[in-house]
Every structure is written in C-alpha cells, then in structure tokens.
Design a protein around this ligand. Structure first.
Ligand code: FAD
Length: 500
C-alpha cells in the first residue's frame, strides 16, 4: 500500500487564487506533516480586479471559520443579493438575477408554471415580485436568510462584494498564522524531472531553488507552470464569448450603498458597477474588434457615479480554459486555469471549486491517472456550464449595433440550444442539479432576456384559478410588507462592523 504523504506543496502566486488556496490548505492540513510554501512577487503584482462573488463564497469562509463581522471590517465588504442587468434585452429593459429561490408551496410543479398561467389570466406582476431577494434589492434593504422554512426569509441567498486586495491580505495573515511559509521573489524558470517530466523545482532570480511534490499554479494569466513549463494547451472560447478586453477604474461612493452588482449593456460589451463600503469598482468589458481602447475608456469615465480614484487600466484576456487543470504534478487554480468574463462574477467561485476538489482529491506522493482524470472532468464540466449561462445573456438580445447583432447570430453549444428549446417550448428548466446556476437563476435570465415559454406545465391547472390568484397576490404583499420593515443595507453593515 502506498502510504507516503506529500512533504511539500508549493503554491506559485499570491493573488486571490494563491492566498485562498494557501488558507484552505493550512486549515485542512493542520495536524499533518505536509508543509505549504507560497511564492509571490510584489514587483509583478496581481491582476487587481475581481470584487463580486456568488453565494458559495459563504461556504468557503465557513470552511476557514472566518467571522463574518470581522470579514466585513477587514475587506470593506458589502452584501450582494444578485445582479441587475440594465439594457440587455433592449435599451430601457432591466431585471435582477437574484440569488434566492422562488416560492415552492403552490403545488406539484415549479413556480414559473403558476406564474405563467396567472399572467396569462391578467396577473400584472413581474417574476421579480416573487423573489424576496429582488424586493430587498430594489428597496436597498437586507436581512440574512433564516433556516425556518415558514419564513419567506428562508428563500433568500446572498454573496459579497469585497476589496479583493484586502481579502488576499486577510487570507495571507490567516495562512501565515497557520504555518504557511511565504517566499518573496520572482521565479525565473521551472526545472522538470528528466524522466517523468514532472516539475522538480522552481528557481528564483536569486538562483535559490524551491522543490516540492505538488505545485499549485496560481500565477495568473501567464500560467507560469501549467503552460510555460508544461505546455498544457488552451481551449479558446472566443468564438462563443466575444469580449477580450476590460478597462477598470474605482470611483468615489454614491449616497446609497446598493446591495447588488449592476451590469449595463454598452455598444460593444457591458459595464460593471460594484459598490463597496469605501468606493465603487467599475469596469467596461468589451471586444476590441468593435471599439478602440480609447473609446472604451471614454465611455467608462463618463458613466461613473463619482470622481475616479485612479487612472483607468486596460486588461486583455482570452475566454477559455486550460486543456487540463491538473497536468503531471501541477494543478492550475485561478486565472492560470482559464477565464470566463466577469458577467456573473464566477472566477472566485471557480477558484473555490478548484480548491475544494483539490482537497477532495488530495494525492499521496503518486498521482493516479484515475484521480487526475476525475479532477479534470469535473473542472471542465464547471467551466462549460458557466460558459453556457454567460452566452445566454448575449444570445437573447434585440439590441441594435454590429456587436449585438453578431452576438445574436453567433453559434452556441448544443447543450445551450437544448436548454433554450426546452424552456421556450415547455417552460421547464434542466433537471441537472450539480451546476452552480440552478433553476431560479436560469429562469430569471430567460425571462429577463424576454424568452417566454409558449405554454406551461399542465399540473399548474390543478390549483383553481381564484385560489392561485389569491395565493400570488398574498405572497407579493407579504414580501412587500416584510421588506418595508427590514434595516437598510447600510444599517445592517454598520451594525455588523460595530459588533466586530
Ligand atoms: P493574479 O491576481 O494575477 O495573481 C498572480 C500571482 O502570481 C501574483 O501574486 C504574482 O505576483 C504571481 N506571479 C506571477 N508570475 C510570477 C513569477 N514569475 N514569480 C513569482 N510570482 C509570480 N472574479 C470574480 O470572481 N468576480 C469578479 O467580479 C471579477 N471581475 C474581474 C474583472 C476582470 C476585468 C478580470 C480580468 C477578472 C475578474 N475576475 C473576477 C477574476 C479575478 O480577478 C481572478 O479570478 C482573481 O483575481 C484571481 O487571480 P489570480 O490569483 O489567479 O491571478
């Protein structure tokens, strides 16, 4: 039986990916003999963007046993109830993709079927009126979810906006306190074992060599180990996701601290707005095949809430994924493993998924192909399902302009085609439940992008129409009533910080 454990895990890179990995490993490996080393270069720095998350981040922070109040204090974080999409389907239209669920106690089918039936019979309310998250977001109010299934607050969910630099710093302190050794320095090359092709060590510009059994490549877009050393290859998805650039700039805060991210469609892409306690993060994600960098900068700078706090910075990227996230004794986590534009704020989630899978698949000193293949299969599945969800936002639009027309006409994956057909023809959502974005998310984006089904589930007719109308009216007014009594987002945060 193979019993020798990993002696040293070397993490290359100290951005969000590197320090999240170091923190999680320091937590789960405590009490074992495996040491963790992280190498980063202050001179190279980090990508410096990535401030909005999805609800799974709460589970990650729990794994680390972080105190939420302390987290808000340290990261200048705020609450994210979902994403407001403005002008996506057509100029003037807007909807919120909320993180919560829809009511589920009306009968035997999913909520949208009852809502579609009632709407056909004259119910005047939007889908969002039946999401407590949407109602809270519109009113700038917040209360955390409750496990009590009788309360509407059990249907809510939330994530965070935070300052990614401060989060990495917070996790660095956490990891170092738990024994992770940090080495400052620039890696000049990786040395491969002549026989196996595995990474034997990395060499710093000072000529110091750091050896390890397992290397985690968190070096960002450059993929220092996974690509430059191991030549793993990249699957390019720019034929599906057209944007390849972003310009980012922080600005002063606005009067109201809104508990959601905003994504506003623009001529050749879209603009993000991420409100933090101390500033607002902004960026324009675009394709440089349709507008120049100068035009993108100018659009961004004229659409800020307040004074810019830095010079705008252009970042290039290529949508896609590394052909294998795990190759030989190297696992790529973060931007080194792939990139999907931040439309649904999924990169930090994908980092977290990579880390959790690494913990679940933690090898001994050898790396069985069955384990490596399982890891790679799962990572591929995660990336493809997020990719299709993003593509949906672009595909279903009625906007003018070459960029948006091309998005409408672009070929999409067979899986996404099948999902759109299933919903359009029956109102049903996919039954696949292992995905990040589940039924309520797909439903919100389908309806928000104006994809309305031609019919609904016949089981929705099991409830007599007057009862159905009464229930839906009742739910709506209960939600309105409840939300009007909740603290504002700002009050909630202030209370948390005061208690920290
Ligand atoms: P980086 O931050 O680039 O870190 C790389 C590290 O490797 C650095 O510490 C660097 O010093 C080190 N390094 C590199 N080369 C060497 C070397 N030779 N020697 C030593 N050290 C080296 N994600 C979200 O979840 N939500 C968002 O809202 C979001 N918005 C984004 C917007 C844009 C425009 C972009 C481009 C990305 C966005 N992301 C977002 C993604 C997010 O920024 C990244 O997933 C996250 O920051 C992780 O980056 P990283 O740690 O992989 O890489």
């Amino acid at each position: 039986m193979q019993t020798s454990h990993l002696e040293r895990i070397v993490i290359v890179g100290g951005g969000t990916a590197g320090w999240m990995t170091a923190a999680a490993l320091s937590q789960v490996l405590k009490g074992t003999a495996t040491r963790v080393v992280l190498i980063e270069s202050e001179e190279i720095g980090t990508v410096g963007v990535g401030e909005a998350t999805v609800p799974s981040i709460i589970g990650f922070n729990r794994l680390l046993e972080l105190d939420e109040r302390e987290f808000f204090l340290q990261t200048k974080g705020s609450i994210k109830l979902g994403i407001q999409f403005c002008d996506w389907y057509r100029p003037g239209a807007s909807y919120i993709h909320p993180f919560g669920t829809f009511p589920d106690k009306l009968g035997y089918c999913e909520f949208q079927h009852y809502w579609l039936r009632a709407r056909q019979q004259g119910l005047p309310y939007d889908l969002g009126d039946f999401s407590l998250n949407v109602v809270m977001a519109k009113e700038n109010r917040f209360a955390p979810p409750t496990p009590d299934q009788r309360s509407p607050l059990s249907t809510t969910g939330y994530a965070y906006h935070f300052d990614a630099g401060l989060y990495a710093k917070y996790l660095r302190n956490y990891a170092e306190r738990r024994g992770v050794e940090r080495i400052e320095g620039k890696i000049s090359q990786a040395h491969l074992d002549g026989e196996t092709g595995f990474i034997a060590s990395v060499e710093l510009e000072t000529s110091a060599r750091i050896s390890g059994d397992l290397f985690i490549d968190c070096s960002g877009f450059r993929g220092l180990l996974i690509e430059q050393a191991l030549k793993t290859g990249y699957e390019d998805w720019s034929d599906l996701l057209p944007c390849n650039s972003a310009v980012a700039v922080p600005c002063e805060s606005a009067a109201t601290l809104t508990p959601y991210t905003r994504a506003t469609a623009r001529e050749a892409g879209w603009q993000w707005r991420i409100p933090l306690q101390h500033r607002i993060g902004n960026g324009y994600v675009y394709s440089d095949n349709y507008i120049s960098d100068d035009e993108a900068v100018s659009v961004l700078m004229t659409n800020l809430d307040g004074k810019a706090l830095a010079d705008p910075r252009v970042i290039r990227f290529q949508s896609g994924r590394r052909k294998m996230a795990w190759n030989k004794n190297c696992i790529a986590i973060g931007l080194s493993s792939g990139f999907l534009e931040p439309l649904e704020s999924t990169s930090i989630h994908l980092i977290q998924k990579g880390i959790i899978k690494l913990i679940q698949c933690l090898p001994r000193k050898h790396f069985p192909a069955s384990l490596v293949n399982e890891y790679n299969r799962e990572v591929r599945r995660d990336y493809e399902s997020v990719r299709d969800f993003l593509v949906l936002h672009y595909k279903a639009n009625l906007r003018d302009g070459r960029f948006w027309q091309d998005c409408r006409n672009r070929q999409i994956s067979d899986q996404l085609t099948a999902r759109i057909e299933l919903f359009s023809e029956t109102g049903r959502l996919s039954l696949h439940d292992q995905e990040l974005f589940k039924g309520p998310s797909w439903l919100s984006v389908f309806i928000g992008q104006n994809i309305f089904p031609s019919t609904y589930d016949p089981l929705a007719e099991a409830v007599p129409l007057p009862d159905l109308m009464g229930s839906l009216n009742g739910i709506r007014s209960t939600f309105q009533d409840l939300v009007s009594k909740l603290p504002s987002h700002q009050q909630f945060l202030q209370h948390q910080i005061d208690l920290a």
